[in-house]
Design a protein around this ligand. Structure first.
Ligand SMILES: Cc1ncc(COP(=O)(O)O)c(C=O)c1O
Length: 441
């Protein structure tokens, strides 16, 4: 294969049949669409190129800057393509939680503007969520070319024109019975599903999101997905959630058994696919009619960028057997002690607990409970890996945006032997809504 431009190498990725002895589905042929083999490393190469190919030459001549809300693969692909055309690229993000990706973006030459985390409760008078921020910047400066991946139909269209037809072609013109994909902007799952459903109206389309309060880099959780402009619930027959642990288990099976150096959303898609199809397979076995089904899932990107993600969750996978696992079981989380804002205020007055605010520094400095110390969530994970970070003699009240991370960490501290770690139910949002006092630095 000979090319004149690296962008010509985008697409035409392999469709790989997963070894049945690995997935152990007796009546289902399971295929992986290997989007990780795109030249810049992910499924987003197609969307990025589709969004700028008509305008990037002019943008170069006119000295414009491409701007996008992305902390990961879209930013990476846009940064490379912009660089090739002598165009600057600016990534605005509120979720840069994977340091390797940030390093890579800097290396490629991207400018990064980091805003406070999306789940954080900001100053209520500040309306600058990242999308608003981008629109303000774009509105005030015509030199910006905003690709707008969450709303741009060219994102979906890339997959209508290329990814979907490739899958059909590689299955000899037959759409699969099942299509399973993770949902970030929803562009890839929507575009592919449209093509496959046109060929097979009774296809089952399963969209996968991260479990509430869990982080799987690159995809949204069940609450966030409805905020995405391209997301149309009608596309999916089912939306199912995958936990970070399940995504990692799936990734390990792909990496260790299938020869696929897939990232966590590839693992999430594989895990979600086999979990869903296991029931289908059992039914086919019970029917005994010898029927077979075909299923396709998408492997979005590669594993190398996610080492800190694995280290934070399963240090033993990277050879580190020193620290305890910084997770708690669902039962431990359910059993964690929680206090509503009024109870918490009374407890602070009576027992004088150490109040730990888990939000980012920006949100903390804007408003926090009097006397609270700020240990952002990521830092807390590092601290806990070293063992119990607080004396057992003083009770601890943990506070996060909405009471989910704090509950998990309260369970972890209890598991590590702290006698009285509690979580602020509903987080700082509930505290503020209950009219409890907050102070500003
Ligand atoms: C690693 C990863 N997996 C999956 C997705 C989901 O793709 P889409 O945005 O097309 O829904 C993304 C999107 O950003 C991603 O970065």
């Amino acid at each position: 294969m000979r090319y004149d431009s690296i962008t010509d190498a985008i697409g035409n990725t392999p469709l790989l049949r997963i070894d049945p002895s690995v997935h152990r589905l007796r009546h289902v042929d399971l295929y992986a669409k290997l989007e990780m083999l795109n030249p810049f490393g992910s499924v987003k190469d197609r969307a990025a190129w589709s969004m700028v190919r008509a305008t990037i030459e002019d943008a170069g001549r006119e000295g414009r800057t491409v701007i996008e809300l992305s902390s990961g693969n879209t930013a990476k692909a846009l940064a490379v393509i912009a660089g090739m055309h002598g165009v600057r690229f600016r990534s605005v993000t509120n979720r840069m939680k994977v340091p390797e990706v940030k390093d890579l973006l800097h290396l490629i030459g991207a400018e990064i503007e980091e805003l406070p985390g999306q789940a954080e409760c900001l100053d209520p008078t500040n309306v600058d969520d990242p999308l608003t921020m981008i629109h303000q910047q774009v509105g005030s400066d015509p030199s910006y070319l905003h690709t707008d991946q969450y709303y741009n139909p060219r994102n979906t269209q890339a997959h209508v024109e290329t990814t979907g037809p490739e899958i059909l072609r590689d299955l000899d013109g037959n759409a699969p019975d099942y299509f399973i994909a993770c949902v970030g902007t929803a562009g890839s799952s929507t575009g592919i599903a449209q093509v496959l459903r046109a060929a097979r109206p009774d296809i089952r389309v399963i969209g996968l999101v991260a479990q509430k309060s869990d982080f799987v880099p690159g995809i949204r959780n069940i609450d966030e997905v409805h905020e995405v402009g391209l997301f149309d619930p009608e596309i999916y027959d089912e939306i199912e959630a995958v936990s970070a642990d399940e995504a990692i288990d799936g990734t390990l099976e792909l990496v260790r058994r299938c020869g696929l150096l897939a990232g966590p959303t590839g693992g999430a898609a594989y895990h979600g696919a086999t979990r869903h199809l296991r029931k289908v397979d059992d039914q086919l076995e019970a029917d005994g009619a010898g029927e077979r089904r075909t299923a396709v899932f998408v492997v979005c990107d590669r594993v190398e960028s996610y080492m800190s993600y694995f280290r934070a969750r399963r240090p033993e996978l990277l050879g580190d057997r020193s620290g305890p696992r910084v997770t708690a079981t669902a039962e431990q989380v359910a059993a964690a002690r929680t206090l509503d804002p009024a109870q918490a205020a009374a407890w602070i007055a009576d027992a004088g607990p150490l109040v730990v605010d888990l939000r980012g520094g920006f949100a903390y400095s804007t408003s926090h409970i009097a006397g609270a110390v700020n240990v952002p969530d990521e830092l807390f994970a590092d601290l806990v890996r070293g063992g119990l970070p607080f004396p057992r003699t003083r009770p601890v009240l943990l506070a996060c945006p909405v009471g989910e991370q704090s509950r998990r960490w309260a369970a972890v501290l209890t598991g590590l032997g702290h006698p009285d770690a509690r979580s602020l139910d509903g987080g700082i949002v509930a505290w503020r809504d209950a009219g409890q006092a907050l102070e500003r630095n």
